[in-house]
Design a protein around this ligand. Structure first.
Ligand code: IPM
Ligand code: MN
Length: 368
């Protein structure tokens, strides 16, 4: 029997509620395939700061590095917004990504038939949409130095640095080409090469790397145009590869095609341990109410099965369960339109219904 050690970092806000449902689903599906999972849980973000005065402990980082995969909820919230930048919740997440060297962040934009009307675009624009955004995650302006704020003659000036080296661009574009080879075979690299030096190196490196993937159709797009094309004709994209900041922005935009950012999972991978987290944040306004959408967290668990555990079947089971639940009309508040064929469910019941849709018998509705 295979065994895996997973680290769970529930984090802040709705993080713990949605992660709990993801774990239920993971445990059930792994049991079905005779896989045993061991979970070790640590604090991250504001909850870690409140307990230890730092947003992630060395112990938690070490456990992540030694694990077979990390499942994360969300970090941040207004309570911790005014902390020093070194101990802000976000610093823990960025530090973790850097420590694990998860340089490629995969954000699949999957349109569920049942959610076509929930999208902010008219349904006809969603025909054929299936995008994989590959966002560079451990470089660019998020990490570039210098990064300073100075005061001179009463004027305050802040600097961030957008920088890329060719090996950084090469390794993430390889992930994009490899992913595209298993899909429609198209990669669109997104940059701002008409203005930015770092983007010119980006484009040049992507073109050079593409020589190793002759079967892939490579195109380039400027980021401002891409922002427009995503709402004009999103079906033109297969795999998109882009830098850290552009990918952050474009993936939030693309999330709305699916109906809700509550639907978007992500996998952050490199050459070692993978990190899996829903793209939505900690949603402090609804935290603790049991109404958050756990589907992005559950779909992130599917990606963990696929990329870190090598359990493609289990990943597919979870993804099919999610589709089935939506087709059956179950909706959390973020997706609920009030129409007759929809049933409003809370976080825990959504998890229960996914399990049911995957064929795992659940005790009774009142226990949902
Ligand atoms: C994301 C988030 C993070 C990011 C924040 C919380 C630091 O927005 O994962 O997209 O900017 O990368
Ligand atoms: Mn973001």
């Amino acid at each position: 029997m295979s065994e895996f050690n997973l680290v769970v970092l529930p984090g802040d806000g709705i993080g713990p509620e949605v992660t709990e449902q993801a774990i239920r689903v993971l445990e059930a599906v792994c049991q079905k395939y005779g896989i045993s999972l061991h979970f070790e849980e640590f604090l991250i973000g504001g909850t870690s700061y409140d307990e230890y005065g730092i947003p992630i402990t060395e112990e938690a980082l070490e456990a992540c590095k030694a694990s077979d995969g990390v499942l994360l909820g969300a970090v941040g919230g207004p309570k911790w917004d005014n902390l020093d930048k070194r101990v802000r919740p976000e610093a823990a997440l960025l530090g973790l990504r850097k420590e694990l060297q998860v340089y490629a962040n995969l954000r699949p934009i999957t349109i569920h038939d049942a959610l076509r009307d929930a999208s902010s675009l008219k349904p006809e624009f969603l025909e054929g949409v299936d995008i994989l955004i590959v966002r560079e995650l451990t470089g660019g302006i998020y990490f570039g130095e210098p990064r300073t704020t100075t005061v001179e003659n009463g004027v305050t000036t802040s600097v961030d640095t957008m920088m890329y080296s060719n090996p950084e661009v090469e390794r993430v574009s390889r992930k994009a080409f490899e992913a595209a080879a298993l899909r429609k075979g198209k990669v669109c690299s997104v940059d701002k090469a008409n203005v930015l030096e770092s983007s010119r190196l980006w484009r040049k490196t992507v073109i050079e790397t593409a020589e190793d993937y002759p079967e892939i159709e490579l195109s380039h797009m400027l980021v401002d145009n891409c922002a427009m094309q995503l709402v004009r004709n999103p079906a033109q994209f297969d795999v998109m590869v882009t830098g850290n900041l552009f990918g952050d922005i474009l993936s939030d935009e693309a999330a709305m095609l699916t109906g809700s950012i509550g639907m978007l999972p992500s996998a952050s991978i490199g050459d070692g341990v993978g990190l899996y987290e829903p793209v939505h944040g900690s949603a402090p306004d609804i935290a603790g109410e049991g109404v958050a959408n756990p589907l992005a967290a559950i779909a992130s668990a599917a990606l963990l099965c696929r990329y870190s555990l090598g359990l493609e079947e289990a990943a597919k089971d979870i993804e099919k369960g999610i589709s089935k639940l939506l087709a059956a009309g179950y909706r959390t508040a973020d997706l609920y339109s009030g129409s007759e064929d929809e049933t409003l469910v809370g976080t825990k019941e959504a998890g229960t219904r996914v399990l049911e849709c995957m064929g795992f018998k659940q005790e009774s509705e009142s226990n949902a």
